[in-house]
Design a protein around this ligand. Structure first.
Ligand code: CP
Length: 302
């Protein structure tokens, strides 16, 4: 993976992403390792973030590296009209690796084509979120002991949910069965469903979350994302489609784990948080180990 950008999860083969998960296990055992002393990582966030930005920063700090960048593009020369191309070419001169979140789909791919250093996509609009995917895979393997032959439910915004798109694509290499729960307006796009179909895997579509809870090993909840809707009325119609409550989990499998990329709004009631099947905060912690592994791999240090 040395010098290889990560823009879409399918840029990496299954063998490559499993290697990242194995290295992440090493970092979980020993998170602080002084291997990035001579490296500068640029962190360019054109969209808000808590987990992705701070876990990348935490990962760099734990590895002894240095971070430059911005958390709000209005504090950069983008505000003066500088193009993304010029911004990326400039930041390439100041850093060894660029981590970028941007609201426009395809912007990360474009950045990787004009950058002279590797680029990690930290989320591009409604398209992909491959580093979230790696930590989701890590969390699934850690809790289920395998990534293969699982029943996985995705619930909520499957249309605009970039974390869903990346994880469906990765799990299509793992012979999983997919249970897709969404309002009709927010179904999984056919461009992503194609990965399931190409592997002849089973998938089922639902509008009622209660139908899937007893069947699955992983319940991947997502937020209905106000910021992705062009029509506010459409958002109002679907925003409260799913609210997971503790009593709904009574007939769930013993090994069920509930994942959510976070942030949540109201789609998981707080009474679920103390259920041992709730895993979303540990999932966010796993993001540090996975991002340490990814950075170290791309820089050729692991
Ligand atoms: N999961 C995720 O991308 O969270 P943030 O938007 O807080 O980074």
């Amino acid at each position: 993976m040395k010098n290889k950008s990560l823009i879409s999860i399918n840029d990496y083969s299954k063998e490559e992403y499993l290697k990242i998960l194995d290295i992440a296990e090493e970092f979980e055992k020993q998170p602080t390792q002084n291997i990035l002393n001579d490296y500068v990582i640029a962190s360019l966030f054109f969209e808000p973030s808590t987990r992705t930005r701070l876990s990348f920063e935490s990962a760099v700090n734990r590895l002894g590296g240095h971070i430059v960048g911005f958390t709000d593009a209005s504090s950069s020369s983008v505000k003066k009209g500088e193009s993304l191309k010029d911004t990326i070419k400039t930041v390439s001169n100041y850093s060894d690796l660029i981590v970028m979140r941007h609201p426009v789909e395809g912007s990360a791919r474009f950045a990787s084509e004009v950058a002279s250093v590797p680029v990690i996509n930290a989320g591009d609009g409604a398209n992909q979120h491959p580093t979230q995917c790696l930590l989701d895979l890590y969390s699934i393997r850690k809790t289920q002991g395998t990534l293969d032959n699982l029943n996985v439910a995705f619930v909520g915004d499957l249309k605009y949910g970039r974390t869903v798109h990346s994880l469906v694509i990765a799990l299509s290499d793992c012979n999983c069965t997919f249970h897709l729960v969404s309002p009709v307006e927010l179904k999984l796009p056919s461009s992503v469903k194609r990965f399931i179909k190409d592997k002849n895997l089973k998938y089922y579509q639902y509008t009622d979350i209660n139908e899937v809870i007893p069947k699955v090993d992983i319940l991947y909840m997502t937020r209905i994302q106000r910021e992705r809707f062009a029509d506010p009325l459409e958002y109002e119609r679907v925003k409260n489609s799913y609210v997971l409550k503790n009593d709904m989990l009574e007939n769930s499998k013993d090994n069920l784990k509930i994942l959510h990329p976070l942030p949540r709004v109201n789609e998981i009631s707080e009474d679920v948080d103390t259920n041992p099947k709730a895993y979303y905060f540990q999932q966010a912690l796993n993001g540090v180990y996975v991002r340490e592994a990814l950075i170290a791999s791309i820089l050729g240090l692991k």
